[in-house]
Design a protein around this ligand. Structure first.
Ligand code: PLP
Length: 445
């Protein structure tokens, strides 16, 4: 009998005992290919020797120093490294212990920026339906996944509004070009801002490439450029959530590089530390920092473990390995291979409606009927079945339900480590194909 309050109370979790490269082994000796990097976390796989050495070196030197008293070389060097490769205008990094904490900090930074500037009437945030930004109350409030919100709705922030996601497979009309679709969504945002009054809105927040809730959904090309223009017109901040899609996952260090936009605030996390330590960060544009420097002189926030030396040392080592080994080129190369193999296996599959993604961030969306795009009955919990059948076959993938509207729909997300090779990509697609077929067959009995 466990005393751990696990995520699922009626599920027996295997105990992970060893991580090596792209695989995790359990206590029974069974090996699993980590084709999802956990939840798009393990970008270097498990047990990278340089990251382990950096962690050992840091713990021998300094375990912890509270950021209210000290800075550390680990935090300073990591921030230098991140800013060296940051989008234009981003000049500072605020460290947190994960993605949700990063989103909370970004929301508060955005609010405080306007308080410092003498615009305290700005109090609204606009997010997107089906977006996911974390499970803390602020992050859950700006998120738009109905299932995740439902139980907590009465205690979520009231000053948050949602517009449609950029979800081409289901959102774009058949007679509409991608450009026109992007324009239509931009107009929806613009109308929402007008409804609230442009001078009353703090920020628009969105995942650059939507991860967990939609399954690796990239935007159509003009979308974010138009969003940026609209925000600028009203002096509204653009917060990009790259917790899952950032730090190289889509083939560029930041997913927004492929959109040609620069956010005012950007939150990164999972791939930053690659799972070697819990860490997230808010990347902050200089004008926001300057407003605080010219005003109160401090950011009214903070957490005990922010900028933890071990977490910063791990993340610095992870980022250096990615750069030294030119792993973003590998993400693009193996990402193309993965996308090709998924298309071959699932492109004509009777129950797969869409294969999508960028780099090593790919997904398939399951449908009961390809013609009508009707999802499977949610009561079947097909996503959960696929996860279990894949685990039985030694494969970790990241399936989720509620793809269509927070209740209906299923997809499977893949986010393997950047060190993956072609042969393992092939094995992943083969095992996933078997798992999908077996789970669907079992659900139809
Ligand atoms: N934002 C996005 C896009 C995420 O995918 C997640 C987690 O999956 C979060 C925020 C929350 O991050 P964390 O679970 O580290 O709090």
């Amino acid at each position: 009998m466990t005393h751990v309050l696990h995520r699922q109370l009626r599920h027996d979790y295997p105990a992970a005992t060893l991580g090596r490269g792209v695989a995790i082994r359990d206590a029974a000796g069974k090996e699993y290919i980590d084709a999802s990097g956990g939840a798009a976390v393990s970008c270097l796989g498990h047990s990278d020797p340089d990251v382990l050495a950096a962690l050992h070196a840091q713990i021998d030197q300094l375990d912890y120093a509270h950021t209210g008293f000290f800075t550390t070389s680990a935090a300073e060097e990591l921030a230098d490294e991140m800013i060296r490769h940051a989008p234009a205008g981003i000049g500072h990094v605020y460290f947190t212990s994960g993605g949700s904490e990063g989103i909370e900090a970004a929301l508060k930074l955005a609010r405080q920026y306007f308080v410092e500037r003498g615009e305290p009437q700005r109090c609204h945030f606009i997010g997107r339906l089906q977006g996911y930004h974390g499970n803390t109350l602020g992050a859950l409030s700006v998120g738009g996944n109905l299932w995740r919100r439902r139980a907590f709705e009465p205690i979520l922030l009231g000053n948050v509004h949602h517009v449609s996601p950029c979800y081409e497979y289901r959102g774009r009309w058949s007679d509409e070009t991608p450009d026109a679709y992007g324009e239509r969504l931009a107009q929806e945002l613009s109308d929402k801002i007008d409804e609230l009054g442009g001078a009353n809105v703090i920020a628009f927040i969105a995942e650059t490439v939507v991860g967990a809730t939609l399954g690796a959904v990239p935007p159509v090309p003009p979308y974010f450029r138009r969003v940026r223009e609209i925000c600028d017109r009203h002096g509204i901040l653009l917060i990009l959530d790259e917790v899952m899609c950032g730090m190289g996952r889509t083939g560029t260090l930041h997913a927004c590089e492929q959109e040609g936009v620069t956010p005012d605030l950007m939150v990164v996390a999972k791939g930053l530390g690659g799972g070697y330590a819990p860490i997230g960060a808010v990347m902050v544009s200089e004008n926001i920092v300057q407003a605080m420097a010219d005003g109160s002189g401090f950011f009214q926030h903070g957490h005990t473990y922010m900028g933890h030396p071990l977490a910063c040392a791990a993340a610095l080592a992870v980022q250096r390995v990615i750069r030294r080994d030119n792993l973003l080129a590998k993400v693009r190369e193996q990402g193309s291979h993965l996308s090709r193999r998924l298309q071959e296996r699932f492109g004509n599959h009777p129950f797969v409606g869409d294969v999508r993604g960028r780099g090593l961030f790919q997904a398939i969306e399951l449908v009961a009927d390809r013609g009508t795009r009707a999802p499977f009955d949610p009561a079947l919990k097909l996503h959960a079945r696929i996860k279990q059948v894949a685990m039985d076959r030694g494969l970790m993938v990241y399936p989720m339900g509620g793809t269509v509207d927070g209740a209906r729909g299923d997809h499977v997300l893949l986010a393997p480590p950047f060190i993956i090779d072609r042969a393992t990509v092939d094995t992943i697609v083969e095992r996933l194909g078997d798992a999908v077929d077996a789970a669907i067959a079992a659900s139809r009995k």
